[in-house]
Write a protein of this length. Sequence first.
Lengths: 765, 446
Amino acid sequence: MQLYSCSLDGTIKLWDFTDGILIKTFLVGYKLLAFYTLAGSEDSVFIIIPKKIEDFLDWFQLVSVKLPKTPDQEVEAKELSLILDDIGQSPKCTAFGREGEYVASVRGLHLLVYFFKKKKVNRFPLSATSRKGANNYFTCVACHPKEDCIASGHKDGKIRLWRNFNHKREYTFSTLHWHHDVVMDLAFSVEGTSLLSGGVESVLVQWRDGSDYRKEFLPRLGSTIEHISASPDGTFYCTSHTENKITIIHSNLSVSAVIQGLVKGSDVKTGLVVDPRTKALVLNGKPGHLQFYCLQTDKQLYNLDIVQQEYIHQIGLNQVDLVKAAFSAQGNWLATVEQREEKETELELQMKLWNYDEQTQSFTLNTRINMPHEDHVTALCFRDTDELEDGTPILVTAGNDGRFKVWVLVNDSDSEKQSMGWSCDFVGSYHNYPATNCCFSEDGSLLAVSFEETVTVWNSDTWDLICTFCHPPGRIQNLCFGRLSCSKYLLGTTDNGFLCCWNLLTCALEWSAQLNVMVLQPDPLSENIAAVSRLLEGSDLFVFKPNEPRPFYIQRNVCRERVQWAVFIPRDVPDSTGSEKHQWLSRSQLYFLTETQDLLTFSTKSAEERLTPSSKQLAVEESLPMTPFSLLLGKHRHQQRSKENADLDTAVVQSHLPQDSPAIKELLHTPAHVLPSASFLCSIFINSMLISKENKSAGEVVDEVEMDSEKAEDESDEDLELTEMEQDINPTEFLGEITETKLSKYQEKQLRKIRRRDYSWVAAL
Amino acid sequence: MASYKPVVVQSFPKLGEKITQDTLYWKNYKTPVQIKEFGAVNKIDFSPIPPHNYAVTASSRIHIYGRYSQEPIKTFSRFKDAAYCATYRDDGKLLVAGSEEGVVRLFDINGRAALRQYDGHTKAVHVVDFLSDKYRIVSGADDYTSKLWDIPSATEIVSYSEHMDYVRCGCTSKLNTDLFVTGSYDHTVKVFDVRTEKSVMTVEHGQPVESVLLFPSGGLLVSAGGRYVKIWDILKGGQLLVSLKNHHKTVTCLCLSSSGQRLLSGSLDRHVKVYSTASYKVVHSFDYAASILSLALAPEDETIVVGMTNGVLNVKNRKHEESKERLPKKKRPGYRTFVKGRNYMPKQEDFFVSKPVRSHLKKYDKLLKSFQVTKALDVVLEARNRTPEITVAVMQELNRRGTLQNALAGRDETQLSVLLAFLIRYVVEPRFAPMLIKVAEMIIGK
């Protein structure tokens, strides 16, 4: 069982996919856009490449490549022969026919069929539009596995079945029409008895015998179907969707399994929110849903349907958007705001308050408020009162209509039934300026609301205006209170590039700095505040305490794109292994989301994390004979161990407590039957006990900065957009050069592959 | 996969009164019967003996009415001037009444002339009552005194003159044969024990007291005067328990429901309020046409009688559910057909195969599910307009799907007239207005 893969870097790789080992790499030297193999011809494969190297001018060719049979690991494959010219670049636009006799490809309004035996190309054109307003552009093609029949999908949702296409003139086609939008992909079942099609409607349509009347549907698959494939044994179909999801479907059209990662929406409007109960990251998921995403396990915990309406999959429809979400301090209440904007004047707003039900372990709708504000809701926040205090929860919303509203939970139960509901308690405004931000101080006694250029501070008991701040003038973009020992400070950022810190005791500006802050995010567990600024290019991260205008941590160029949202997620176990510079990451971890919807995090990799892969390798080692795999592992472990050892040494130096060293811990905690031989562990053990003179080299290792570019991550693993950055900065090189050593791509990939391997089979041995 | 999500029909909170058990109970009376009396009705008293006739004191007459009669069964009219406070004895055989000339008269229910006459008060006697031993009468008069009379000998036993103003109300304890309470315009309520020479307790109401009431338990005392109804705890030495201010004019009369769970108060502001005696909150309220002077409830709350200043007596009888039984029973499968197998207890070795619960979609949801927009709109328009919120919700859903124009298009005259009738009827309601204006614009635009 072997698997070929091709990539834009011009290589074809052959894998043993059951074990996950790379067997061979073929260098082609072109960007490879699509890849096909035929059962008949073992030694040659078909690829789609751009016409000229490094020239993406919409001109693509289908070529066949002869793969040389040499035992080397890396082979150059240069024997290309042109088959079809000027074709579509998408893999969906080319398909091979019955037993590899012909190949069909579509582009624009043309269907090209190449017969290998006759070495002849037949070209079938369609007119661009018909009288009935059809849009005949081809989108995808599929070939019948048993008969001479080609199915093609079109932009207007039609499917054409072509027959008799070995004649230039006497060809025929029949039309199947159900889709109202583009047919995204087509696939024939193994026997060719049914044709599957899917598109924007997110309905899988099964056409039996190519007949317009015998069709079956599997509706509500979640989002647009991008690809369809059928398993060779005919029992399963598989669809992939735009929302980062794969659905496996029985051939009787019932869903068998769903593989779902972090749903990547087009725009995360809710921002990054932390659910206080599960510590899960909460953000926009499927349309109208909130997704609860566990960062530790990279799994979607669940989807909460907020809008509770049937989602109509149709391009250009004005759907209800979930724009805001906030949790109360203990996670008992969830407030969400959804909006639908038809025209400039017609805005539908709905605020919903959800109560956590202990019994069902989920949120249930408590109150629905239509049009909480006349205009867009710009911010909402709960007052973080302790549940012990038994204070009634309070929610504040700020709107563009120039008001902020205070909502309280009222008990409107009468003698018969208990009922609690939210109602408006207070409406505040300041010269009718649009309210842009609101936030409560840590103890909940003060409410800060920003109105355009002015920050107002209100007493949350009496709702009296206490004081206003307005300096320097500029529209307030972010607002937050300091925490713990810095709770007397209020921070705000303006759109003209100032970060201001006001002292609430003296009601005066404490300090301000010129910084174009995009995101201002306080750490809930410490005084630290993270600010992400943006200059011309690249975003910079500053971490500071409000009582000290100088930031204690600066990281230039955390990413190239604009950072949209950031959030501190509390760690389950405080991480004490981080160096001095990373103290601010010890209790919570910073995650941020960029414009391109990539979720990134800052981490000092903990010792535990570093050790897990190697300990797994150790376990594997024992039960395996010498294989290429173990060779590969051995190589890696070698590298890793040297690194580890260095780390261990520093740990020893810092703590002088060898029994705390991870290696010993590991030795003691790993079950004896999976431990490698004692001789193997001996050196690690001894090493860990030594207070070595390697101090300097260890320091270097710690100081090195490893930046995994997330592009590489994307290639190997699409569902996980987490890039871990392991970095540190030498204090003396504060703003200077950052020493940077990069693992080679190859090594990286292998590392990652190993980490992701499923080792459960070891248990079965 | 997720199933079809039905259209969300927005529910709007109903403004005003909420429907509670109390409103249902107190609304379950027939249309009131109005009886015109000769003057303001100052007292209504139900006979404790079935058939629970009631005595109405108005002007110089006392009328006895039967439960369902609109004409008086009997009339006592031997008063030279106004009669006051005709009250039944516990056995329902005797009736006592005070009068403007200061004489207290005792009548036999079956007789015509007064059995006894008690002279002694120098001014109008506004309140009389039997003590619960049945042999003595208490009276209170405008000469600031309250007197105790022996019925058979027609002699005065004792006289109390502790009040500083007119004594206008009073009541006797049902448990203790010697205890009675009087309320006076001197703002006080006094509790007397006939075995002693002086009052045993005085509470300061704060306003001229118009009505007093003792709870059946004898522990709580209710006084009404001014706009206030006050509840006092006698056992705690006359401590004020709660003060109710729910009327906006003087409260004139009080009454307890037969269960003792509800307290009713009538006022010059033309309202009767029903309080819960547990929470002392208003649970229901009745409106009347004129200022209320007197109020009485028949045993089991079968009848509410209210007397007003304009001399109108308003009688409400309780509705009884009889009509429903007469409906012919439909032939239906037996009860056992439905519960067949439902109450089967699975044994230990049984495999439990759960049957998926089928959600039943409404007709419009079924049509919307299959994108039949015009039909869906037709269905909700047909529904007799009883649920305009569903119609509007479906319109909103169609608008969200961008197919409202299609659904509205291609209608003939009859269909259009149904649609237009709906629009005309509901476009003025603020909760539907935005959507319906949009629909109207679409229709006009065509």
